[in-house]
Design a protein around this ligand. Structure first.
Ligand SMILES: [Zn+2]
Length: 470
């Protein structure tokens, strides 16, 4: 049936007017007939991309980043996609992004060429099957799609990439209006992604939405107003050689003494600090995920056997810095964190994690918190670790800075990360580094050394002073 006749039939009579709508395969066929079936698609848009996991305050919306340009191209048959965007403001991790995926290989393209991002491939590929036409193709190819009939719309479900249940809503006019799934996240556990598509328009014989909104973890992640669509645009994304041969690097830890009873645990993108007390240990920072945390816990226990990790101190709530919290809760550690984070973490550490079960997902333990609103001290009389709550900066509205008053070592994250040893001072003092220095003065900390969570390692405080010109 001609799709306009079919549409008329749907509107005039009932969904069954198309004759084959009451099976998943029939609903998908009707939708594909209405929406067209391009092999590839390219579209441009304006709008915003929010920074997932990087809210200013825990529990608030992801910060919006307005874009000056956005282009996405997808080759459904090659299972490849390229997304290029420019942010209006340079903060939050750079001004440009060019992310690509082909099957199970992912990479970013920057000034130095393609950089492998293998761990991102699954999610990027999943996003192909969350687009309107990708959903229809994925559901058809899966061969196991099921239908749930609803009032004025149908929901078709299938399993993508062997584990992600994808539910797509197709309205009475045979347009895909909503596609949702659940992904694993180290902080949130099972994390919903909901894409909604509206304001459809014809581009040749392909229908494409003019409005695309995506929520992840309960807050807007993308809000796009589509400005141009090219169905069947040529896109061939061969996997670059250095990506093809890349492997995901193993998790490594390196343990360096920075003071009596204190060690910097480095070896990845985010460091931790281990502090030994008479009867127990404290770890500052639980970054990334459970895998990283297990490695840091193993390194801590190897360095200091037979003492429990009684405290885990966080610097701030951003997901790359708190992805190991659930692991430490399960370890039985008390979480020492800024008071503003406690309501949020109280929820997140108990959220179900069925898609990628971590220790908390398998056998949940109730958390214990120490909420820091001013100063919190962990001491056995000899070793002392002080934790100070601050008002944060443009990066986060809260930090807790940890301080070892004996050796005068400050542990901080993201406010300042030391660069190469011989780097000249920047032309302008980085505002957040200035704020950090001002906080050190306000708190009257006699800092000699900064042991950062990022950067090349512990450095004299003189390096921070040089960077900010004080
Ligand atoms: Zn951060």
């Amino acid at each position: 049936m001609d799709k306009r006749l079919c549409l008329a039939a749907v509107l005039a009579v009932a969904l069954a007017g198309c004759g084959r709508a009451n099976t998943a395969a029939g609903v998908l066929e009707d939708a594909q007939e209405m929406m067209g079936n391009p092999n590839s698609i390219q579209f441009t848009a304006t709008g915003m991309s929010a920074f997932f996991g990087q809210a200013l305050t825990a529990g608030e919306a992801w910060p919006r980043r307005d874009m000056t340009s956005y282009t996405k191209a997808i080759n459904y048959e090659q299972r490849s996609a390229r997304e290029e965007l420019n942010f209006a403001m340079p903060q939050f991790g750079g001004q440009q992004q060019n992310t690509q995926v082909n099957g199970d290989k992912a990479w970013n393209v920057g000034p130095n060429g393609p950089a492998p991002q293998l761990a991102a491939a699954e999610e990027r590929q999943l996003h192909i099957w969350l687009t309107p036409h990708g959903f229809l193709k994925g559901a058809q190819a899966a061969g196991n799609a099921t239908l749930t009939e609803g009032e004025g719309s149908n929901t078709v479900s299938f399993t993508a990439l062997g584990k992600f249940k994808v539910d797509g809503t197709i309205d009475a006019t045979n347009h895909v209006t909503r596609v949702e799934t659940t992904i694993a996240n180290p902080v949130l556990g099972d994390t919903p992604i909901v894409a909604t598509y509206s304001d459809y328009m014809a581009y040749g014989d392909v229908m494409f939405p003019r409005r695309i909104q995506v929520e992840q973890g309960g807050f807007p992640l993308w809000d796009l107003t589509v400005t141009g669509v090219t169905p069947n645009a040529a896109l061939d994304l061969p996997v670059p050689d250095n990506v093809q041969s890349a492997t995901i690097p193993p998790v490594q830890t390196m343990v360096t003494a920075i003071a009596p009873g204190a060690w910097h645990i480095t070896g990845g993108s985010h460091h931790s600090v281990l502090v030994e007390f008479a009867d127990y240990l404290a770890v500052v920072e639980a970054p990334l995920n459970e895998e990283r945390s297990m490695a840091v816990i193993a390194a801590a226990k190897k360095q200091v056997p037979n003492k429990p990790i009684r405290y885990l101190v966080t610097t701030h709530h951003h997901f790359d810095h708190s992805g190991g919290l659930r692991t430490y809760v399960n370890e039985g550690s008390t979480i020492v964190t800024h008071a503003s984070n406690v309501p949020y973490f109280t929820k997140t550490v108990m959220m179900p994690a069925t898609l990628m079960p971590d220790l908390q997902g398998k056998s949940p333990k109730q958390p214990t918190f120490e909420a820091v609103s001013d100063k919190y001290t962990i001491t056995d009389g000899k070793q002392t670790l002080e934790v100070y709550a601050t008002g944060g900066d443009t990066h986060t509205a809260e930090y807790t800075h940890a301080y070892l008053p004996g050796p005068r070592i400050l542990i901080e994250a993201d406010a300042w990360s030391p660069g190469p040893a011989d780097a000249p001072p920047p032309p302008m003092p980085p505002p957040n580094a200035v704020t950090l220095y001002d906080e050190i003065q306000r708190l009257k900390l006699n800092v000699a050394t900064i042991a950062p969570i990022h950067g090349r390692g512990a450095v004299p405080v003189a390096e921070l002073r040089k960077v900010i010109g004080r």
